[in-house]
Design a protein. Structure first.
Length: 113
């Protein structure tokens, strides 16, 4: 009788050890906790992108409503987009400012001697 109790205890401990080992491997493996954390990060990122798109949609809807309600704003928008002028108006197009990132080489190094 003593041996059957000892045998049961050993079997029970082996089963518990196997379950614990399987749980450890399952949680640490590719489908375990690291994958869960990666999914959470991805969900957070997509939620932030959705919020930004929602704000952009709201802004555009407000802008459309303003343009629908205000004919002068419509005209101004059309004139800016199509670069139209009324009779007698003059438009000035200024050149872009030159970039001064790198200094120009001296003139005497450009020409061979």
């Amino acid at each position: 009788m003593q041996t059957s109790i000892t045998f049961r205890r050993i079997v029970f401990l082996v089963v518990v050890a196997l379950i614990a080992a399987y749980g450890y491997v399952a949680l640490r493996g590719p489908q375990g906790l690291p994958a869960l954390e990666e999914k959470r990060r991805e969900i957070r990122k997509l939620e932030e992108e959705n919020a930004a798109l929602q704000r952009e949609n709201e802004y555009r809807q407000e802008r459309i409503k303003k343009l629908q309600d205000n004919p002068s704003a419509q005209e101004l928008e059309i004139r800016q987009k199509l670069k139209l002028l009324r009779p007698g108006e003059t438009s000035f197009i200024l050149p872009d400012q030159p970039k001064h990132d790198a200094p120009a080489p001296p003139a005497d190094t450009l020409e061979p001697k």
